[in-house]
Design a protein around this ligand. Structure first.
Ligand code: SAH
Length: 334
């Protein structure tokens, strides 16, 4: 797997234009091996191929008529992570990246956490997921436009590597993915929300709120005990004030758990109490992981209408990739 620090340390012994050439080859031309990078001298190519190869060990499966692809990537040491590519219309190719191998959060409805936590990913391992798909799309003349941190793991529990990866994606000489096209989704790690508000690169924030009641939320999302709803929403309000950016509130509908008119009313009152403006609700339908059920359509519509009646903007998340276990909550490594 890509190792940028090692690459830089090798290239330090060469004239500085070599480093620019190498960067261009990796992030712009999307080379899959140093052998392809013929503007570098042969001996250097050989050293780089030996010391920091560009190959990414990935197994790719597709679904939805080619619109969704899942890459199962094997990292050094045999750790396995998953990444998803969603090909929306008009070349809006979005990669859903993992920030951790596994997840320490153990949310009751999500398979990633149920399968345990292995380790944080490095910035290179995060960017490598994008390169993997960027290389795949290159022959079609298409590129990666959007990145969402909604794969395995909690991005704010791996804050520094996530930000380093974002700076790498941002590079106008490289992948050129603008901050406005990058979104971080968090379960509500308060410190992370506050830190993000102060970053010079502004990216989008999404909050996995899901349950509008502290007691129930703590049961399904154990981390809620340390990050209760009110404190999280206060941090989000601070983020909105500071950045003037619209925040996405994610709400996963679970049949008979959080989908009643009463739950909708609770959600409305929470949002109105803490957030004055610049937010919208994204309703997510449950992807089967064994424990819960998705509410019937009419209940989802009723829930949506209750929010809209309270003048809240609502979007519905299209579920990509269920058949290859690539949908939200289904990434489990293999
Ligand atoms: N840890 C971060 C990033 C993961 S994003 C976060 O919690 O936001 C993955 C999104 O899918 C989260 O909103 C998560 O709550 C949601 N999700 C988890 N399990 C799901 C399931 N079975 N069906 C649909 N969405 C699910």
């Amino acid at each position: 797997m890509l190792n940028i620090k090692k690459l830089q340390s090798i290239l330090e012994q060469y004239p500085s234009f070599r480093s620019r050439q190498a960067n261009r080859a990796v992030f712009r031309e999307l080379a899959g091996s140093w052998g392809e990078v013929t503007n570098l001298p042969k001996d250097l190519r050989e050293i780089l191929e030996r010391e920091c190869p560009l190959a990414i060990e990935a197994e790719i499966v597709t679904a939805d008529g080619g619109k969704t692809a899942k890459a199962v990537i094997r990292l050094d040491g045999g750790v396995v992570i998953e990444t998803v590519l969603m090909r929306h219309r008009g070349g809006r190719n979005t990669v859903c990246v993992s920030s951790q191998a596994g997840c320490p959060l153990v949310c009751d409805f999500c398979l990633t956490g149920q399968r345990g936590f292995t380790r944080n990913l490095t910035a290179d391992e995060i960017v490598g997921q994008i390169l993997c798909f960027a290389r795949l799309l290159k022959p079609e003349g298409e590129r990666i436009r959007n990145v969402v941190f909604m794969g395995m793991g909690e991005p704010f529990l791996n804050y520094n590597a996530v930000m380093e990866a974002i700076r790498m994606m941002n590079d106008p000489e490289g992948l050129k993915i603008g901050g406005r096209r990058i979104s971080i989704s968090t379960i509500g790690i308060i410190k992370g929300i506050k830190k993000l508000a102060r970053e010079p690169i502004q990216v989008n924030l999404a909050l996995s709120l899901h349950i509008p009641d502290d007691r129930l939320r703590s049961r399904l999302i154990p981390v809620n005990k340390e990050h209760p709803i009110g404190d999280v929403l206060e941090a989000v309000a601070g983020y909105i004030e500071k950045t003037r950016r619209k925040v996405m509130i994610e709400y996963l509908l679970l049949d008979g758990i959080n989908d009643s008119p009463d739950d909708a009313a609770k959600l409305v009152s929470l949002l109105k109490r803490y957030l004055r403006h610049l937010y919208y609700v994204n309703l997510i339908t449950y992807n089967p992981t064994g424990k819960y059920r998705s509410p019937p359509r009419n209940r989802i519509e009723k829930f949506q209408k209750a929010l809209e009646d309270a003048s809240i903007t609502v979007t519905l998340r299209y579920r990509f990739g269920r058949e290859i276990k690539a949908a939200c909550g289904q990434l489990a490594g293999g």
